[in-house]
Ligand binder design. Structure first.
Ligand SMILES: Nc1ncnc2c1ncn2[C@@H]1O[C@H](COP(=O)(O)OP(=O)(O)O)[C@@H](O)[C@H]1O
Ligand SMILES: N[C@@H](CCC(=O)OP(=O)(O)O)C(=O)O
Length: 374
C-alpha cells in the first residue's frame, strides 16, 4: 500500500460522499443493490471503530420515478418537489439497510446559509459531533426543498468538503460513477487516469468535464471540493462507489489528492470557504502588501472605497487596486460608518472622532488570505 494512502486506512473520522448516479436507477428509483453494497462497506468500517459521516446525494434522482418524471426537471420548484419525495425514500432505505448491522442513521439536512452563519455552523457542528459520539451514522444532504437558486450549494461535493472541515475529518472519500479523475473525458479513448494530485500544477491541462446523466457539477466540483479539503490538511480519494472498500483500505485506486499540510483553525476555514463577502473594501497597493504580504491588520488609511450594505461583524471581501479579491475578513464597522474613516490614520480618527475609532477596520486574526482557486 502506498504510504500516503495509509492515512485513509487508519483515519478515525471520515466523510464519505456518494453521488446520485451511484445510488439510483435510470428509472428514477433507488438502486437497492448498490445502496446495500455501499452500506456493507461503511458498516464494516464503522464496526472497526471509525466514525463516518455519509454525505449522500440522490434525493432528486430518487424522487423522479415516484412522481412519474422521466428526467431531471429544469425548474427549481419541481426539483424541490422531487427532492422532498426522494429524500424520504433515500433515508428510509439507508435506515433499513444499516439496520441489518444494528447501525442507526440520523438525517441531517443543511443549507448553504447554515454553513455561512457562524451560529448555525456551530450548531451543525455540535449536532454532528453528538451523533458521532452516540455511534449514529449521520446521513447529510443539502436541504433542497428550501434552498433557492441564489443560496444553493447545488452540488454535494463542496458540502462534503465543508463537512470535513466542520467535523475535523481525517479523510474525505468522494464516490462517483467514474473510477478516477482522468486527464480528459473518460468516455473518450486515450484518457489516462491521474493517480495522484499534489497541487494545482498537477491539474494543468486536465479537461474537467460536466456531470453524467443525473449528477450535478461533474469533475469541476469534485476537484474544487478536493482543494477545499486538502487545503485544510484533509487527504481526499476520488473513485467509483463500486471501489469503496478498496479506497477505504488505502489501495492504489482512483485519484489521491495529497493534503497540503496546513491546518488553519476552523474559524478561518469557515470564513474562507463557507461565507460570501457581504460587501467589498478596496485596498491600495500598500494595504495589500501589509495585509497579504505581512499578515497585518487592515487600517482605514489603506482603504480607498467601500461597497455594499454590511454590519459590523459581517464577512467582507478585500480587493486589490485592480479589483481582484485577495482576502476576506470580519469587519469591525458598519458599512455606513466607513466612508468618513477612509484614508485617515487611526491616531487622527481617535483625536477627532473619539477613542473607539482607534481600532483596526479588520483585525489580522479575522482575515483569511484567499488563494486563486477561491
Ligand atoms: N476529467 C474527468 N475525469 C473523470 N470524469 C470526468 C472528467 N470530466 C468529466 N467527467 C464526468 O464526471 C462524471 C461524474 O460527475 P457527476 O455526474 O457530477 O457525478 P456524481 O453524481 O457522482 O456526483 C462522470 O460520469 C464523468 O463522465
Ligand atoms: N442534493 C441533491 C444532490 C446534488 C448533487 O450534488 O448531486 P451529485 O452530483 O450526484 O452528487 C440531491 O440529493 O438530489
Amino acid at each position: 500500500m502506498p504510504a500516503d494512502r495509509e492515512a485513509i486506512r487508519t483515519a478515525s473520522r471520515i466523510v464519505v460522499k456518494v453521488g446520485s448516479s451511484s445510488l439510483t436507477t435510470p428509472h428514477g428509483t433507488i438502486d437497492v443493490d448498490r445502496v446495500d453494497a455501499l452500506v456493507d462497506v461503511l458498516a464494516a468500517r464503522h464496526a472497526s471503530g471509525t466514525q463516518i459521516v455519509l454525505v449522500s446525494s440522490g434525493a432528486i434522482a430518487a424522487g423522479l420515478g415516484p412522481l412519474g418524471l422521466t428526467s431531471r426537471p429544469r425548474d427549481l420548484a419541481t426539483q424541490q418537489a422531487a427532492a422532498s419525495v426522494g429524500q424520504g425514500v433515500l433515508v428510509a432505505r439507508y435506515t433499513s439497510s444499516f439496520a441489518r448491522y444494528g447501525v442507526r442513521v440520523g438525517q441531517v439536512l443543511l443549507t448553504a446559509d447554515d454553513m455561512m452563519r457562524r451560529s448555525q455552523h456551530r450548531n451543525a457542528q455540535r449536532t454532528l459531533n453528538r451523533l458521532l459520539e452516540l455511534g449514529v451514522m449521520p446521513v447529510v444532504n443539502e436541504n433542497d426543498t428550501v434552498a433557492t437558486d441564489e443560496i444553493r450549494f447545488g452540488d454535494n461535493d463542496r458540502l462534503a468538503a465543508l463537512v470535513s472541515h466542520l467535523i475535523r475529518a481525517e479523510a474525505l472519500v468522494l464516490l462517483s460513477d467514474v473510477d478516477a479523475l482522468y486527464d480528459g473525458d473518460p468516455r473518450k479513448p486515450g484518457a489516462r487516469r491521474i493517480a495522484e494530485v499534489h497541487g494545482p500544477e498537477d491539474l494543468a491541462g486536465v479537461e474537467l468535464g460536466g456531470s453524467g446523466r443525473v449528477g450535478t457539477g461533474g469533475m469541476v466540483t469534485k476537484v474544487q471540493a478536493a482543494r477545499i479539503a486538502t487545503g485544510a490538511g484533509v487527504p481526499v480519494v476520488l473513485t467509483a462507489a463500486a471501489h469503496a472498500a478498496q479506497a477505504l483500505n488505502g489501495a492504489d485506486i482512483g485519484t489521491y489528492f495529497h493534503p497540503d499540510g496546513r491546518h488553519p483553525g476552523t474559524r478561518l476555514l469557515w470564513l474562507a470557504h463557507a461565507t460570501t463577502g457581504r460587501g467589498r473594501l478596496h485596498l491600495d497597493s500598500g494595504a495589500v502588501e501589509a495585509v497579504v504580504g505581512r499578515r497585518m491588520s487592515l487600517l482605514p488609511a489603506g482603504v480607498t472605497a467601500v461597497e455594499g450594505d454590511f454590519a459590523a461583524g459581517d464577512p467582507v471581501d478585500l480587493c486589490g487596486p485592480r479589483g481582484r479579491v485577495v482576502a476576506r475578513g470580519l469587519v469591525n464597522f458598519d458599512a455606513g460608518e466607513i466612508p468618513e474613516l477612509l484614508g485617515r490614520s487611526t491616531k487622527e480618527l481617535a483625536s477627532t472622532l473619539g477613542p473607539e475609532y482607534e481600532r483596526e477596520l479588520i483585525h489580522r486574526d479575522d482575515i483569511v488570505i484567499l488563494e486563486p482557486y477561491n
